[in-house]
Design a protein around this ligand. Structure first.
Ligand SMILES: [Zn+2]
Length: 299
């Protein structure tokens, strides 16, 4: 049974005026009290390496840009699980406060089944910090310019709400940097599709038995996504290298941008794998931020 406070309605919509004054207050704090700063600087500092993040996560570790988020949204919001939106027209921003990992009891959070993580009881130091509670109302929250929360959800239990999501903001930041790099090379990216983002251990396990998934897949930790560029929305990779065919060559175009991003931002280093088209999909690139370099399917 979840504590009562986790079941309370938890959407707080700040007015533009309230946010603007909070931002000014924070700008003064950040500038050491004396200097002046415009009201957008605090929000801009939250937008990640890509400059494209529209949301930041706070969990049990309470690390990251906590002080700015406390100033913008209030200390209570950084402690009470929920999604708090500050809407300022095109400059909207969200604070996502996660449920602690301990909200999972016997492989479930509420009615949503997630299963158990590898080595969960024997010292897996990589266990998720917490879960984002997803409802039909917050499903479309933009986490960055090109991605919404719904893009990363496990594809299961369609009728169970709320659902729960593990997501690392560094993954979203990296995906945005890959998009920016592609665009910088003259490749149009209006839409990057996520074939698979977070996979609960329960969802991941049957695939492992079939031999298709890693038992310790990074998808279980919210730091991996299988992606392809799909501007025309046909559910398949686009012809990125304009050779008249959609194949591994187009996945390779994305991989080249992953390489460039990792070179420029070593903190975002991780795995990358190319997957050829099968009966189930039309080819994609796996990208993660595991913290060490790994490559597969690239030769
Ligand atoms: Zn993958």
């Amino acid at each position: 049974m979840l504590p009562n406070r986790l079941l309370l309605p938890r959407l707080l919509l700040l007015t533009s005026a309230a946010l603007a004054s909070d931002v000014s207050a924070q700008a003064r704090v950040e500038m050491g009290g004396g200097a002046s700063a415009d009201s957008t600087s605090a929000v801009d500092s939250l937008r990640g390496k890509s400059g494209k993040l529209f949301a930041r996560l706070v969990g049990a570790r309470r690390d990251g840009p906590l002080r700015i988020l406390q100033e913008l949204f209030g200390d209570t919001a950084t402690r009470r699980p929920g999604i708090y939106r500050a809407d300022r027209g095109s400059r909207s921003f969200a604070l996502i406060t996660m449920l602690p990992f301990q909200a999972k009891v016997a492989g479930r959070i509420g009615s949503y089944r997630v299963g158990n993580w590898p080595r969960e009881r024997s010292g897996n130091s990589d266990l998720p910090e917490g879960f984002i509670e997803i409802t039909p109302n917050n499903l479309d929250t933009q986490v960055s310019q090109h991605f919404r929360l719904r893009d990363f959800l496990t594809h299961d239990q369609a009728d169970v709400w709320p659902k729960y999501l593990v997501l690392k903001e560094s993954l979203v930041d990296k995906l945005e940097l890959v998009i920016a790099d592609l665009q910088g090379r003259g490749i149009r990216v209006k839409r990057m599709a996520v074939l698979s983002g977070f996979r609960t251990p329960q969802y991941n396990a049957p695939g492992v038995r079939a031999g298709g998934r890693a038992s310790d897949s990074r998808h279980q930790y919210g730091d991996a996504a299988d992606i392809f560029v799909d501007n025309d929305g046909n559910g398949m990779m686009d012809d990125l290298n304009h050779d008249g065919r959609v194949n591994q060559g187009d996945a390779r175009v994305i991989l080249e941008s992953v390489e460039r991003v990792e070179k420029q931002y070593p903190a975002l280093v991780g795995g990358a794998g190319l997957y050829r088209a099968t009966g189930n999909h039309a080819g994609f690139v796996h990208v993660d931020v595991r913290g060490s370099r790994a490559r597969w399917g690239t030769s």
